[in-house]
Design a binder for this molecule. Structure first.
Ligand code: GDP
Length: 384
């Protein structure tokens, strides 16, 4: 009892002496807990990046093993599940077996607006649906209207598919004897530019093409490292900046010089998405275009804008900025459709920008990027 009593007294004395520090102690504990949480999150992000860069070796979970065996059509369906179960599922449920009366149209309008579909498009759908008569189901009507939107984008989508199939097909490419095609990839930070370049380099190399890649996002060290892994695995040549010369336009110049020397089929330029401010970024991209076109008139043959489907309306604002600053965007790569319930923003993109969607990304592995095909995309949004 004596011992317990004296210990208790000691605790009371200690408490009395240090009670003024208790608020600081509380704050310090909260700060430390926050720090531990932050470090844990960072390490999870790093794992995600590594998995993206080394898709095959690191595929561990049974879910990913299953998805590796799927062809792209199935991947697309899987990737678009959120969009299909959300807005487009509601559209299907509403119009299946329904008469296209005023009430149905009002409900359809409300659903379409949730999907970030622009007003002009919604009006078009509401105006045209049901016009083909009783022999066509309303859902087929809507699918057809959506396909027409893609096909009307500046280059006909059918032409796009043929052109790109040609590029991805070794035999056809050999017979057409095309010179090195320079593809410039632009977009804001984090949308998936470097991953897209890596996936393209890997897919093109795998189909027998010689590919040279420029790591011109010299602002972000991780981009260079990501590309090193992709290119090494793909057998593509990577050109990076030197310690004493990190100018992105110089990196692109060197890469194209090498591509010409090697008679490469493709020269892919990965560019920065973030600089100190937006004007600087646009100036840098314009400089790259100028330097490249001096070295090879007509290049870059494609300027592809990468947009993250998850950003919805924001993607459109970004697109308008790039279009205005750079002009001549030849197409869009729509990434992260798997994480978004708003893959329907693809419609708004082609409608408002009048540029075709060239590629679509539905995941982080190499097999998750492919040529965008309007019919396949629309079917995947509606099919069970
Ligand atoms: P950058 O800053 O534009 O070069 O973006 P990154 O290429 O570094 O990509 C940022 C993150 O997005 C990485 O973790 C990629 O793995 C991820 N990512 C890219 N494309 C896709 C996609 O289609 N789906 C998903 N889920 N993630 C993607």
């Amino acid at each position: 009892v004596k011992i317990v009593g004296s210990n208790f007294k000691m605790i009371i004395t200690l408490f009395d002496t240090y009670k003024d520090f208790l608020p600081f102690l509380g704050l310090a504990t909260i700060f430390l807990a926050g720090l531990v949480f932050f470090i844990k999150r960072k390490s999870t992000d790093a794992t995600a990046v590594t998995e993206a860069v080394q898709p095959k070796e690191l595929v561990a979970s049974s879910e990913k093993v299953v998805s590796k065996t799927l062809d792209f059509k199935e991947r697309l369906k899987l990737g678009l599940a959120k969009s299909r179960l959300g807005v487009w599922g509601k559209v299907k449920a509403l119009v299946t077996g329904a008469a296209i009366d005023q009430e149905t149209k009002e409900q359809l309008e409300a659903i379409l607006f949730q999907a970030d579909i622009p007003t002009t498009m919604v009006e078009k759908i509401l105006h045209d649906v049901g016009r083909r008569g009783e022999n066509t189901s309303l859902i087929d009507d809507i699918k057809l209207i959506m396909r027409e939107v893609f096909e009307k984008s500046s280059l006909s989508q059918g032409q796009n598919e043929q052109h790109l199939e040609k590029s991805w097909n070794t035999e056809l490419r050999e017979t057409t004897k095309m010179s090195t095609q320079v593809i410039m990839i632009v977009g804001v930070n984090g949308v998936g530019k470097t991953t897209t370049v890596g996936k393209m380099a890997a897919a093109l190399s795998r189909s027998g093409m010689k590919v040279v890649v420029a790591a011109a996002d010299t602002f972000r060290a991780a981009a260079k490292e990501q590309l090193m892994v992709w290119c090494e695995r793909a057998g593509a040549d990577l050109v990076t900046g030197h310690e004493n010369n990190n100018d992105p336009a110089a990196v692109c110049y060197q890469a194209l010089t090498k591509a010409i020397e090697l008679k490469a089929d493709y020269c892919l330029l990965d560019t920065a998405g973030r600089l100190h401010n937006n004007d600087q970024l646009m100036e840098e991209l314009k400089k790259i275009k100028r330097v490249i076109s001096k070295l090879m008139p007509g290049a870059p043959h494609e300027v592809l804008l990468v947009l993250d489907a998850m950003t919805g309306q924001n993607a459109l604002r970004q697109a308008a900025q790039f279009q205005q600053a750079l002009g001549g965007l030849t197409g869009v790569v729509l990434t992260k459709c798997d994480g978004s319930a708003k893959a329907g923003c693809a419609l708004a993109i082609v409608e408002q920008l009048k540029v075709p969607i060239r590629f679509i990304g539905v995941g982080e592995t190499l097999e998750d990027l492919n040529i965008f095909k309007a019919e396949e995309f629309v079917d995947a949004l509606f099919e069970d």
